[in-house]
Write a protein that binds this ligand. Structure first.
Ligand code: SF4
Length: 85
């Protein structure tokens, strides 16, 4: 798929370390809960084969980092009409 992101360039890629840092910060928020690892991995498997995933991290539908979005219990996939998870 052509890069349709209007705001982010390849140079704005986030690293695994950036993502882990964000997850660590979220985990310290009061009341924050994450989904079980099995559900997390299942969600990421669907993102990995999705045409809207850019740079291996960014969902072009919502602009989120999928490795973070998939951790959140109330989060859903924004795929148009037929969400993937
Ligand atoms: S549309 Fe859904 S499956 Fe595709 S990258 Fe975004 S969150 Fe993942």
């Amino acid at each position: 798929m052509e890069n349709i992101c209007k705001a982010c360039l390849a140079s704005t890629k986030v690293t695994d370390g950036d993502i882990q840092l964000a997850i660590d910060k979220l985990s310290r928020l009061k009341g924050m809960k994450f989904v079980e690892d099995s559900l997390y991995l299942s969600r990421l498997e669907k993102c990995d084969v999705c045409a809207y995933l850019e740079y291996g991290t960014t969902c072009l539908q919502c602009g989120c980092i999928v490795q973070i979005r998939a951790k959140l219990p109330d989060s859903t996939c924004p795929y148009p009409k037929d969400r993937k998870w």
